[in-house]
Design a binder for this molecule. Structure first.
Ligand code: ASP
Length: 266
């Protein structure tokens, strides 16, 4: 198959799984609703699709994919994006489909405060982990792709949108450099234009994927105050999964080798 199909299919599985902060199991907003964001990008064509602030769409990444291919636009938001999803016959779910008890408790703990909370800050106890989901892939044709999906931050207000649906911040793919999907404190990832920054360091400065990832995630973002991480691949099949938080749920599979799954550092 193709890398764009692979990243969409992977993110759909993760969206349908209630333990992640995307699709079913997305965090609660300040109003007790779920507003989801997603994006997808094809490294071969540089075509991209993105959506923010949508409710009741079962798979936001599938909506991002049809936006990329059938809307004539790149980025749609809110109720009009939901109208487009209906036109495209994508599955919708009632509010209670998205309810997950742990997420509800997280929201109860912070809902009377002013602030919003990253997914990890309330429930982690011992660890810091992000719940946004993403996938990057390289296919047999040599093409790479990236996709990201999230419910954003618990107790978010006023239509807040993070980095996940922003091409260049939370998601980017370009066959001449790399494919990236980010997770972390979106306000910082947006301002640091993280995914595109890594691509630019490779394109303009000749850095390897590892050098670019290490510099942006472990040096630049740390100094900037942006906590989180990302998953990255290039067309040579190099894989990087850097993070500056205590942990990041991650996994990869390369050729016939066994799959690798990790949460904390080695
Ligand atoms: N990056 C996401 C956001 O800011 C949150 C996350 O990755 O957990 O919306």
């Amino acid at each position: 198959g193709t890398s764009i199909d692979a990243v969409e299919a992977t993110v759909v599985v993760l969206e349908n799984y209630p333990l992640f902060n995307a699709g079913k199991g997305a965090v609660f907003t300040n109003k007790g609703t779920h507003e989801m964001d997603a994006s997808i990008m094809d490294g071969k064509t540089l075509e991209a699709g993105a959506v923010s602030g949508i409710s009741n769409v079962q798979n936001p990444v599938a909506l991002a994919r049809v936006i990329k291919e059938k809307s004539g636009h790149v980025f749609l938001c809110g109720t009009e994006a939901e109208t487009f999803a209906k036109l495209m016959n994508l599955p919708f779910q009632p509010d209670d489909y998205f309810y997950e008890e742990g997420r509800y408790k997280q929201w109860q703990e912070v809902k009377d405060s002013d602030g919003y909370q990253l997914d990890h800050t309330v429930n982690s106890g011992e660890g810091k982990k992000f719940g946004t989901v993403g996938a990057v892939a390289l296919d047999i044709h040599g093409n790479i792709a990236a996709a990201t999906s999230t419910g954003g931050m618990t107790n978010k207000r006023f239509g807040r949108v993070g980095d996940s649906p922003m091409i260049g911040a939370g998601t980017y793919a370009n066959n001449s450099t790399c494919a990236i999907s980010c997770t972390g404190h979106g306000e910082y990832f947006i301002r640091a234009v993280v995914a595109y920054d890594i691509s630019c360091l490779m394109e303009y400065k000749g850095l390897t994927l590892k050098q670019a990832c290490d510099y942006v995630v472990k040096d630049k973002l740390v100094k900037f105050g942006g906590e989180g991480g990302l998953i990255a691949i290039d067309t040579a099949g190099n894989i990087e999964l850097p993070f500056n938080s205590e942990g990041m749920y991650r996994g990869y599979k390369k050729g016939d080798a066994d799959a690798v799954i990790k949460i904390y550092e080695d």
